[in-house]
Design a protein around this ligand. Structure first.
Ligand SMILES: Nc1ncnc2c1ncn2[C@@H]1O[C@H](COP(=O)(O)O)[C@@H](O)[C@H]1OP(=O)(O)O
Ligand SMILES: [Mg+2]
Ligand SMILES: [Mg+2]
Ligand SMILES: [Mg+2]
Length: 406
């Protein structure tokens, strides 16, 4: 990526600066125009080529894959253990913290030349409390073992101490916002799915001036082939599983197997135009999304297939390769969506040709800090289905409001 600062004059409107032939990048460069708040007459033209964010993407893929490996190890032990009850939250805690530490350490070490800001779900407050020493030791060992499996030993001088671990987790306490670069991480998205042995994702994205420019989704339990029409969508069956989805702005979305060096394939959202032939995804957990509202919307659209219920941002990954055509997410009143639950998924779907908006049709605004300010919910579809979907959403919400006011 190349950036130049330009002074905008009345005689030279912005679009003249968008003539970028002198940049020897891809034939179809994307120019993003960033206006400085402090000095509106100055703009930064950012020329995005197919080579854009290459270094960041390599680092993000490495970080998310390694973190996913740590999660897989913990999930396997959790499911095999006779002693550990599934309601015991400690394994997931170990994996959440461990995954966050791995991503933070890998990004920091791979991208040394830049100031590093990370907005992430976890922080170390509980680990610093008395009585957490054993847990902290376990996580530190897990992270050291995971990093040792990769050729990171030369980048990481020595074995990490518990203090190093706490510091790595707390790298994720940035607030994000509209200025500069911020990495955004959910170290395990879909905790409930993780505990059940079902779908979860390590979700990592990059914001630049409040816009998503890169996203990586590691989905260890998602089959490599389409889950459309499968009977059991959520759980990992005997099929080969483990997908890594990634996208950078203007370059499309790709998928490759999580644990191999096979060539990535470019993926596209479903091209279904007739809603009767569309299938829709929603949360597995009824507490995360209003299933009644989704089914009312689906009925209005004439969707025939039953909903596909899976956990986590694996839904965005599966949608990006056309396994389903629509995603409906309507959290219960009072729930505030966090940016780390959507940043990576949103770019993975939009770069594959999909549209992600709130229930009112507005694009998601990731520039407001940790939370998303939303109208009611989040909906995803391809360009053809979106107008019909928006109407069905509007009508269903209006009906629901009318019924509840009676
Ligand atoms: N009450 C809730 N409503 C909506 N989403 C929730 C709620 N509680 C947790 N989540 C988050 O929703 C996401 C998963 O939702 P789903 O699997 O339904 O798509 C996760 O990010 C999960 O957090 P977490 O990252 O801690 O698992
Ligand atoms: Mg989450
Ligand atoms: Mg999480
Ligand atoms: Mg959580």
């Amino acid at each position: 990526m190349s950036s130049i600062n330009c002074f905008r004059t009345a005689k030279a409107p912005l679009h003249t600066f968008a003539s970028v032939s002198r940049f020897r990048y891809s034939p179809n460069p994307i120019v993003s125009v960033l206006r400085r708040k402090s000095s509106p007459s100055f703009v930064t033209l950012r020329v995005v080529s197919s080579m854009a964010y290459e270094k960041e993407l390599d680092a993000a893929k490495k970080a998310a894959s390694l973190a996913a490996r740590l999660c897989q190890k913990v999930q396997k032990a959790l499911l095999q253990s006779d002693v550990q009850s599934k309601s015991d939250k400690s394994p997931v805690t170990v994996a959440d913290y461990g995954s966050q530490a791995v991503v933070s350490l890998v990004l920091e070490r791979e991208l040394t030349s830049e100031p590093f800001s990370l907005v992430a779900e976890e922080d170390s407050a509980d680990l610093r409390k008395d009585g957490s020493e054993d847990l902290l030791q376990r996580i530190t060992k897990l992270v050291n073992d995971t990093l040792a499996t990769e050729d990171l030993t030369k980048a990481i001088d020595s074995t990490l101490t518990t203090d190093d671990l706490l510091r790595a987790i707390d790298c994720g306490t940035s607030e994000g916002g509209p200025n500069g670069r911020h990495w955004v991480l959910d170290p395990i998205d879909g905790t409930k799915g993780f505990l059940r042995g079902d779908q979860y994702a390590v979700a990592l994205g990059l914001l630049e001036e409040g816009k998503v420019v890169l996203g990586v989704l590691a989905c260890p339990n998602l089959p490599l082939t389409s889950i459309a029409g499968n009977k059991n969508k959520n759980s990992s069956s005997s099929e080969e599983t483990g997908c890594l989805f990634y996208a950078t702005i203007g370059s499309g979305t790709y998928m490759q197997p999580l644990d191999s060096k096979s060539e990535p394939v470019k993926v596209h959202v479903s091209s279904v135009e007739n809603p009767e032939e569309a299938s829709f995804f929603e949360s597995f957990e009824g507490a995360h999304s209003l299933h009644d509202l989704s089914s009312s919307i689906a009925n209005k659209l004439g969707v025939k297939a039953p909903p596909v219920r899976i956990d986590s941002q694996a839904k965005y990954g599966a949608l990006s390769r056309g396994d389903g055509a629509i995603y409906l997410r309507f959290p219960h009143k009072g729930y505030r969506e966090k940016i780390w639950d959507h940043v990576a998924g949103a770019i993975v779907v939009t770069e594959a040709g999909g549209i992600v908006t709130d229930a009112g049709g507005k694009p998601l605004d990731f520039s407001k800090g940790k939370y998303l300010d939303l109208d009611t919910g989040i909906i995803v579809a391809n360009e053809k289905l979106m107008p019909l979907l928006l109407k069905a959403v509007r009508d269903s919400i209006a009906e629901q409001e009318k019924a509840s006011s009676l």
